[in-house]
Design a protein around this ligand. Structure first.
Ligand SMILES: Cc1cc2nc3c(=O)[nH]c(=O)nc-3n(C[C@H](O)[C@H](O)[C@H](O)COP(=O)(O)OP(=O)(O)OC[C@H]3O[C@@H](n4cnc5c(N)ncnc54)[C@H](O)[C@@H]3O)c2cc1C
Length: 526
């Protein structure tokens, strides 16, 4: 990734260069396209106006899943495609894509009937080619309570337990971009595209928010992968078109594990027949999501008290013992699904398929889809322009993959615990964030006699395109969402380390107050 040190040299050297492809948008879609195209040997540049994955790709439910609910709409092809993609993602990134058993509790008169769930999960396993040992198990009422003792037993008739995968969407996106860098793919965050013109080549005019200057990059092809901003980006070509993007908002809230101590991810029905997830992660459980039409700004998405109440009421009617309250919430996020419009349908009913639009100049826009299907989306878009070269991403290991150096996740975890004297939780955190790169951070920690968090920060500045402390806390470490208390630990030292690091580049320094107020914003609802 282009770091602070080499940013101005890179922009200077590439002003006259004609790239094969410029990708606009550094979410999962853009990241996948960058990796696909540069692993076909093409000279590519990805441009992101904010931090990588700062759009929808850090605001999802963070599941690599086949989408059980799409079976309800009879979207077999979609379930089959993303089901197979789950396996590829797990094979190429076992540090980032982790198996997670999912429990669907069944209630009399609500949601699936037992036979319906049994058939649906069977089809789901077959379409996604799930290994025999991981296939679905239908459970009695007592078995369901044994798996998840806090499930409300009133009207409970049983449950279904099946295999899914969870990930960290922002880490997955960043790691794919880092992998693309190994194939000479270039990427710049904090570079905003302001105008797109087609002359002999595409001329993409940008504003560099780090160096505060305008710059024009040139390319043979341009792909617009700006998700919820796809229409705005098309407008930069000054061409008229009929919008087909419909935005749907989804929120999540995070509570300490003690407030909702689920052992597995639980996928439960609400009174309005929608389904929600409660997913354990580290010392927390996160709950989501909503699905409502959205007309506001893509750049500032507020969370309303009503949306929060909706999630809290749903969770409180599904789990017994403690009732969750607003005061239990430690963080939250809101994201926008860029759905492809289907007239007359509610946002909840609209297919999560992706679609490609090609403008008169040849600029390709790809939007819609799912995190899980990013690789297939990328292949479809790149095949349109570089069809002579074959897509190789099915077999490309994602940056940080611990195989073949370690045989299994367990072996790697043991190695980290023993060699660096860290506990299980910390070891999981390191593997699931940095994979094999954990070793270089932990080695640095042993040598440098600095706080571990500073060694982590140094790594992210140098190798992961971090430009602000918020990039670090939100999207590289996930602490802002899943361990907000830890952000305040050593904050004086962290802020001073950061300010010292960036001062030589003339970048705006940050104060402790700004970070604390960001933490406060996480639990302020309108
Ligand atoms: C609530 C919710 C839950 C979800 N859960 C799941 C799930 O569990 N599993 C799953 O598979 N999918 C899930 N999805 C879907 C998935 O998250 C999205 O499909 C995916 O993240 C979209 O990625 P993207 O790259 O297309 O868009 P984005 O991630 O939004 O990326 C677009 C990028 O373009 C940049 N950009 C915009 N304009 C410009 C410009 N002018 N110049 C430069 N850059 C620009 C933006 O800053 C942004 O970073 C969920 C979505 C939501 C909203």
């Amino acid at each position: 990734m282009i770091s602070l040190e080499n940013r101005s040299t890179f922009t200077e050297n590439n002003k006259k260069e004609i790239f094969d492809l410029i990708i606009i948008g550094g979410g999962i879609t853009g990241a996948g396209i960058l990796l696909d195209a540069c692993s076909r040997g093409k000279k590519c540049l990805l441009i992101e106006k904010n931090d990588y994955a700062s759009g929808t790709s850090s605001k999802s439910t963070k599941l690599i899943h086949g989408g059980l609910r799409y079976l309800k709409n009879l979207e077999f092809k979609m379930v089959s495609d993303v089901g197979k993609e789950r396996n590829i993602a797990f094979q190429n990134a076992p540090h980032l894509v982790r198996p997670e058993k999912m429990l669907v509790p069944l209630y009399k008169g609500k949601g699936f009937k037992k036979w319906q769930l049994s058939i649906a999960l069977k089809i789901y396993d077959l379409l996604a080619k799930v290994r025999k040992i991981d296939r679905r198990k239908m459970l009695s009422k007592d078995e369901t309570r044994a798996v998840e003792p806090r499930i409300n037993s009133y009207n409970l008739i049983g449950g279904g337990l099946y295999a899914e995968y969870r990930t960290d969407d922002a880490r997955l996106t960043t790691s794919i971009i880092k992998t693309a860098n190994q194939y000479h793919g270039n990427s710049l965050n904090y570079m905003e595209v302001e105008k797109i013109e087609k002359k002999d080549h595409f001329e993409v005019s940008c504003f560099d928010h780090i160096l505060n200057q305008k710059i024009i990059f040139q390319s043979e092809h341009v792909i617009n992968a700006t998700g919820p901003w796809a229409d705005q980006t098309r407008l930069l070509e000054k061409e008229k078109f009929q919008s087909k993007i419909r935005l749907s908002k989804g929120i999540h809230i995070v509570v300490p594990k003690a407030a909702l101590p689920v052992k597995h991810a639980v996928y439960y029905h609400l009174e309005d027949e929608r389904m929600c997830f409660a997913i354990p992660r580290g010392g927390t459980t996160y709950i989501g999501t909503t699905d409502d039409d959205y007309k506001g700004s893509q750049d500032k998405i507020n969370i309303t008290k009503e949306e929060v109440s909706y999630l809290i009421n749903g969770v409180n009617s599904t789990f017994t013992d403690q009732r969750i309250q607003n005061s239990d919430i430690i963080s939250s996020w809101a994201g926008l699904r860029p759905l492809i419009e289907e007239e007359g349908k509610a946002s909840t009913e609209i297919s999560r398929k992706d679609e490609i639009f090609i403008s008169k100049t040849g600029m390709i826009t790809i939007a819609g889809g799912k995190l899980t299907g990013y690789r297939l989306m990328a292949k479809r878009a790149v095949d349109l322009i570089f069809s002579k070269e074959t897509c190789r991403t099915q077999n490309i290991s994602i940056d940080g993959n611990f195989k073949p150096k370690f045989n299994s996740y367990h072996d790697f975890k043991q190695y980290l615990c023993l060699n660096y004297k860290i506990n299980d939780l910390k070891s999981d955190y390191f593997i699931q964030n940095y994979g094999l790169n954990s070793i270089s951070i932990l080695d640095d920690f042993q040598d440098a006699k600095q706080k571990l968090i500073c060694c982590e920060m140094k790594y992210c500045f140098e190798k992961e395109g971090v430009f602000s402390l918020l990039d670090f806390f939100y999207r590289r470490t996930g602490q802002m969402y899943f361990d907000p208390k830890s952000v305040t630990n050593d904050l004086d030292e962290v802020v001073s380390y950061y300010n010292q690091f960036i001062s030589k580049f003339g970048i705006k320094t940050v104060s402790k107050k700004e970070i604390l107020s960001e933490l406060e914003n996480q639990i302020n609802f309108i």
